[in-house]
Write a protein that binds this ligand. Structure first.
Ligand code: ZN
Length: 357
């Protein structure tokens, strides 16, 4: 072999080495876009282009900036037993990582963010609920990743978003179910995952997991609450994606997008106007009003008095809802009002205790 050939050979082997271990080279296919190999995920345009990101954030600012959002990354501290099959993914860590990325998007949009934990700390379910109930937040979001009960099952993977209770129960809040739908759709889309097959839209009642009780953090939080199970870390392909920080950011963007779309809706609100405690014959009249940009939708209003659906009067010119109680017993009573406007948007949960002496 001639000397020039040896030099040439050395030169070629250098090129080959640099291709295999050097910087990632982008190969465009015949259609002009990048060929991909697994682990596959799609970066949302806003995470590729700062101008698009800034535009989206400023578009969302006006309805996000007054919000306070409580983020609850599941598990952590002594609770680190949930891991992927190859042990590269610890659920507690990816829950926290997704929450941290979500915090950035929310704070850029002007929202205030509160956490149940920001480190690998042990926080009991009771403590998470206590922190949430003292936070004055508009929404509690618990962030989790899922596992199959059968350890041999490595194929199941989907996104699901949980709300508390079942539609026919008093503890059910359609407002929470509605937020779950918005978050579920955009989270599943961002991750390119199907939704859970337990429902048509991928949202699930926590009663499907714990019958008649649901999840502790959804049952006992007094503020609106949802829980996301972003995907299955027990899935043999998903475990690879979940261990990539940029993919956790994609997950956070999915949750953020769903929230932003939801809060851009005109959400009706119920207010207590007052009581006219003394009508004749020990009759008490309680007066409420609906704040909404759309005309009043009578069939969308339900009032519960001590957990029983009850009749009411609507005084149209004054937009007043009147609840008349005949000879109410002394003690504490509860009024709950649910309102769905003619755009099918539900009011924020409204529950008020009335004390009669
Ligand atoms: Zn979990």
């Amino acid at each position: 072999m001639k000397v020039e050939n040896i030099v040439l050979l050395f030169f070629f082997s250098l090129i080959i080495m640099s291709c295999s271990s050097g910087e990632k080279t982008v190969k465009l296919n015949e259609f002009g876009y990048e060929s991909v190999a697994y682990p596959y995920y799609e970066l949302p345009p806003e995470l590729k282009d700062n101008t698009l990101y800034s535009k989206k954030i400023s578009d969302n600012y006006s309805y996000m900036n007054s919000l306070k959002i409580f983020l609850d990354p599941g598990h952590g501290g002594t609770d680190r037993k949930n891991t992927s099959r190859d042990k590269t993914v610890v659920e507690a860590d990816i829950n926290l990582n997704v929450a941290m990325h979500l915090e950035k998007f929310l704070e850029d949009s002007g929202a205030e963010v509160i956490f149940s934990r920001v480190n690998d700390d042990t926080v009991s379910l009771e403590e998470r609920v206590r922190l949430a109930n003292n936070s004055g937040a508009d929404l509690f979001i618990s962030i989790h990743h899922n596992a199959t009960a059968d350890s041999a099952n490595y194929w199941t993977n989907y996104t699901s978003t949980f709300y508390h209770s079942m539609p026919w129960n008093y503890g059910y809040e359609p407002y929470e179910h509605q937020i779950a739908k918005y978050v579920q759709r955009d989270l599943a889309y961002a991750m390119r995952n199907p939704g859970s097959l337990a429902s048509f839209d991928g949202t699930m009642s926590d009663f499907l997991i714990n019958r008649d009780n649901g999840f502790y953090v959804l049952k006992y939080t007094l503020i609106p609450s949802i829980l996301v199970e972003c995907s299955f870390f027990t899935n043999r392909l998903e475990e690879t994606r979940l261990s990539i920080d940029e993919f956790n950011k994609v997950e956070a963007w999915g949750i953020y997008s769903g929230l932003a779309k939801f809060f851009s809706e005109n959400i009706p609100e119920i207010y207590f106007v007052g009581d006219e405690s003394l009508l004749s014959d020990d009759t008490l009249k309680l007066v409420f009003t609906v704040n909404d940009i759309y005309p009043f939708n009578r069939s969308g209003l339900k009032i519960y008095y001590n957990m029983m659906e009850t009749q009411f009067e609507y005084v149209e010119p004054e937009n007043k809802i009147e609840l008349i109680l005949q000879e109410p017993a002394a003690g504490e009573h509860e009024v709950k009002i649910i309102y769905e406007n003619d755009q099918n948007i539900f009011s924020k949960p409204f529950i008020r205790k009335i004390v009669i002496n």
